[in-house]
Design a protein around this ligand. Structure first.
Ligand code: NLE
Ligand code: FE2
Length: 313
């Protein structure tokens, strides 16, 4: 005989996704991995002074409130050397391998090898050019919060320095990655528009869509290349900020696949070293068109006041 099924239960409604109405409603406290807790394979895992230093800088980020100036960090002599080393190596490689938008915007920032730029100053320059602002964060932010921030033209940025033993490559974001990889690109209007579109698509998105958008972000903003005539140039921050990764790209070390925002994206990993695949765009405007088309297929509703706040018609 059949087991009594009991009264039929109505399906449990999916918990509604909270759509932030302004950047103040985007939480910058949910940090995944990294932060001041380092895993065994992190270059700074054995270095307790390094971990303490990070903890201090992470605490400052946690205490920051929107509207306040970003605290200035007094970088140590060792940290300045790391910054200067990366900057000098990249100065040799970027003119040949970075996209023209990067090279144009790079000139807005007078980076010097003997001084780590301060996020507050960079944020001011970005606001004047594209309206993007920087908000400090303690580590790798929860993807929904990170992407939601982009809708409000807010870029969450770490402020600690990579470990001295590996200036060429760090598996995670650090201040060098943010300042060299992301900041100049965010001063370009077409690129800034594309980045904001990914953010807008994330407002009210379900978990599956967030994951897809995270991968689209990874295969464009982090690891994208763009065609310039017969050449392939880097615009992804993960390539631009690492002289190891940039050499890998220049040597043809990764497959190039056209970006198709409708297709499932390959797996992404912070742990496996240089990338095996970069996504190719024909132009940022073409990438933005694709993203708009993808957004139009997402059926979540964005409240009218939020649509106005982010400039959506
Ligand atoms: N591997 C990059 C670098 O060393 O600058 C950081 C990538 C962050 C996703
Ligand atoms: Fe990044």
């Amino acid at each position: 005989s059949a087991v009594a099924a009991g009264p039929a239960r109505p399906p449990t409604p999916k918990a509604a996704v909270k759509v932030p109405r302004s950047i103040d409603e985007v939480d910058n406290g949910k940090v995944l991995g990294f932060s001041s807790e380092l895993s065994e394979d992190h270059p700074g895992f054995q270095d307790s002074a390094y971990k303490q230093r990070r903890m201090h800088i992470c605490d400052l980020a946690r205490a920051h409130r929107i509207g306040e100036p970003i605290p200035r960090i007094e970088y140590t002599a060792d940290e300045v050397v790391v910054w200067g080393t990366v900057l000098q190596q990249l100065r040799d490689l970027l003119p040949q391998h970075a996209c023209k938008e990067f090279l144009r915007c790079w000139q807005l920032f007078d980076f010097r090898a003997d001084e780590v730029p301060q996020l507050e100053d960079l944020s001011q320059v970005l606001q004047a050019h594209t309206g993007f602002r920087i908000r400090p964060v303690a580590g790798l932010l929860h993807p929904r919060d990170f992407l939601n921030g982009l809708a409000f033209k807010t870029f969450h940025s770490t402020q600690y320095m990579r470990h001295v033993s590996r200036p060429d490559y760090t598996p995670e974001p650090d201040v060098v990655h943010e300042v060299i990889g992301h900041v100049p690109m965010l001063a370009d209007p077409d690129f800034a528009n594309l980045v904001q579109l990914i953010g807008i698509a994330s407002l009210g998105a379900d978990e599956k869509q967030i994951w897809h958008l995270t991968k689209l972000y990874w295969y464009s903003v982090e690891f994208g290349v763009v065609r310039e005539g017969d050449d392939i140039k880097a615009f992804g921050a993960g390539i631009l900020s690492s002289f190891g990764e940039l050499r890998h790209m220049a040597a043809g070390g990764a497959r190039l696949e056209p970006l198709d925002v409708f297709q499932p994206q390959p797996k992404m990993s912070y742990k496996d070293g240089y990338q095996q695949q970069y996504a190719v765009l024909d132009s940022f405007a073409a990438g933005a068109e694709q993203l708009k088309a993808y957004c139009a297929t997402l059926h979540h509703t964005i409240p009218l006041d939020v649509r106005i706040a982010v400039g959506l018609q």
